[in-house]
Design a binder for this molecule. Sequence first.
Ligand SMILES: *Cc1c(COP(=O)(O)O)cnc(C)c1O
Length: 399
Amino acid sequence: MPGYELWGDEEKKHLNDVIESGILMRYNFESVRNNHWKAKEFEQAIQKRMKVNHVQLTSSGTTALLTALNAAGVGAGDEVILPTFTFVASFEAVLSVGAIPVLVDIDDTLTLDPLAVEKAISPRTKVIMPVHMCGAMADITKLKELAKKYNLLLIEDACQSFGGTYKGKYLGTIGDLGCFSFDFVKTITCGEGGAVLTNNDEYYLNSNQYTDHGHDHIGTNRGAENHPNLGLNYRISELNAAVGLAQFEKLDKILSVQRKNKKILKDALKEVEGVEFRRIPDETGDNASFLSIFLSTKELAKNVSQALNSKGIANAYWFDNNWHYIRKWDHLKLLKTLAPLYKEHKELLPNYANADYSRSDAIMSRTVTIPISLLWTDEKLTQKADIIKETVSKALAGK
Ligand SMILES: *Cc1c(COP(=O)(O)O)cnc(C)c1O
């Protein structure tokens, strides 16, 4: 699952370049930085590999989302359609720009159900925001068609799916804008960091300026730069970017190990009657950081999760999770903001507490997810596959 498992000399080497020069800032200081530009290099590496026109690094996945929304002019009163199964950052970002998170049901892809999306489109809708959860993609062809049909933006929250592809295209490069997170538990990490990807020159320029107080980055005298628009500071530091650059060099290894390990566990579970798998629109593009299974009932799923825990097999039962599923988002349902929201904003927000998410519940309550480690030896993996197969079979047989 996470790149932090592969921490090593490569990270230290890139970090040391920065430490030696002492220039921890990504911009300027040309004469004293020994020509080290870690953030810039990391951006270029992503851009080249993912065949996208522009990449802007940010301080986190959350600020990548905030940047993408601002860059595309999404704000006061605009509705953004997103799934009930995501990390809280997705709706936090939408709320923070004064927009309206419209949470709709997921389907067996564990991502946006295109039918639910179409039903939720209103005159205020401006964005469809698919979240490629747990390493794999949303039903992106259908969502792209909807965005086109209704003239909406498609902003991909690809924070959990770095390196994943759909029909040969990298996730995060398919929509108008795409966002990645490099926080500590993501596919690759910077410690903290994120990125906005786009093929649109204007959205890139906006992102580049917005993340640095509006600096236009023209010339080499920072103090003399112009500020075409207001911005904020969402810059990544050179130290974080250095770690990301080293991690990026390991991406092929990470993907191949995850895919190999996941396949072994999945093959073992295919032999267990009563286990179904998350639908993945393009299996070959799965980044394979997680294996998600469906059981036939909520009770069986809970039993399977508990049984796996008792055998030392880490797993997530999202239905009871505080951070990734709407059921426990009481702070959102009660709109517990520290500072007051504008009255108009509050009035436009849906009543999340009363909404019917039974279709999402029906899927989420039957889902168990096993994270895939990069550190399992072949021997350990065979052992795990056996334990998982036996434990799930027994739990399903009520033993
Ligand atoms: C991690 C994550 C984010 C936020 O990223 P941070 O870097 O932790 O701010 C946003 N969306 C999803 C789906 C995530 O998993």
